[in-house]
Design a protein around this ligand. Sequence first.
Ligand SMILES: *[C@@H]1O[C@H](CO)[C@@H](O)[C@H](O)[C@H]1NC(C)=O
Length: 132
Amino acid sequence: MLRFQGIVGIIVGLLSLCTTASGATNTTMLNRICDGQQYYPHGPYGNTVNTVLDDLSANTATHGYNYYGSFLNLYFQFWGHGACNNMLGQSDCTTCINSARQQLFQVCSYSVGAQIQLQDYRVRYEIYSFTQ
Ligand SMILES: *[C@@H]1O[C@H](CO)[C@@H](O)[C@H](O)[C@H]1NC(C)=O
């Protein structure tokens, strides 16, 4: 129970960071989709998911706020997408992408593919290529 509250506290902290960093960031969640299949957390699949999400965190704000990444390893090819509202500052965009990652992990734990769309930012990863 304590551990659960700790995790919720961290999530809330990140969300409020995303809210306050730019003042007007709209964090309303519009949509989220979790693939029903789950991967084994400690295998190569999970590592690749993390690599793709790290790539989105690192590059969305510096690539026009609309970044598609792809990552290929021995076993899988993944695609990811991160986007922010142009109204956000660059560091706010990165903060919000990280916040969306946390939320995605919370609501779609270990899904083989997942997406979350908030009013001002979104994150998605899949094992197939996509264009939106
Ligand atoms: C945030 O986005 C939601 C969904 O589009 C909208 O209903 C709401 O009015 C927005 N809030 C602000 C403060 O703009």
